[in-house]
Ligand binder design. Sequence first.
Ligand code: FES
Length: 103
Amino acid sequence: MAHWTEVCALDDIDNEDVMRFDHNNHTYAVYRLNGKVYATDGLCTHEKVHLADGLVMEHVVECPKHNGRFDIRDGRALGAPVCVHLKTYPAKVEGGQVLVQLG
Ligand code: FES
């Protein structure tokens, strides 16, 4: 059965923003976009920089180091220098809380 992990209150993340979430020695990036939430691995697939320090523009996160871009919704790498997709995780809002299915 799916196990959902509580991350934070929805209000803890600004709209079109990203937050770092660490759990069981793994780091994630959790995004809020127009009432929906998304979760991906936290580290850029290029050089392991945390995407929570990046910029969110609509459904895209831009890595702070070399401006690699990923689609937040499906983790797709959108062009050089990133070519390896990001892993994504199911995320939802319930009772004002952000929940992510990590495993
Ligand atoms: S470390 Fe993210 S694009 Fe290079």
